[in-house]
Design a protein around this ligand. Structure first.
Ligand SMILES: [Zn+2]
Length: 98
């Protein structure tokens, strides 16, 4: 398999499958559990469409902003941050993969 499909956004399981419908010249990715699907004129396009999660991109951007603000806050404060603060930063860093 030369591609990876994300989980189904509706039923949250990894049950999607790519198919090419030759009679309609459609490339389709469909969830085998709930049947929701996307179609496109190329394989790459349909896979990109299926895998796109705009809400994830927005949340990552927000998380990154939160991280940067926390970092600047730590630099402004003339004392070391409390333990729970450092743990929170570690969790944010892990989520961002930094
Ligand atoms: Zn589904």
């Amino acid at each position: 398999m030369d591609y990876e499909l994300k989980y189904c956004p509706l039923c949250d399981v990894y049950a999607a499958q790519y198919q090419y419908w030759e009679d309609r010249n459609d490339h389709v990715v469909a969830c085998l559990q709930c049947g929701c699907n996307v179609t496109a004129y190329s394989k790459q396009q349909v896979i990109n469409t299926w895998n796109k999660r705009p809400e994830e991109e927005k949340l990552l951007k927000l998380l990154h902003e939160c991280y940067m603000r926390f970092k600047s806050y730590q630099m402004d404060v003339d004392m070391s941050p409390p333990e729970h603060h450092r743990d929170f930063m570690k969790r944010i860093e892990a989520a961002l993969g930094t």
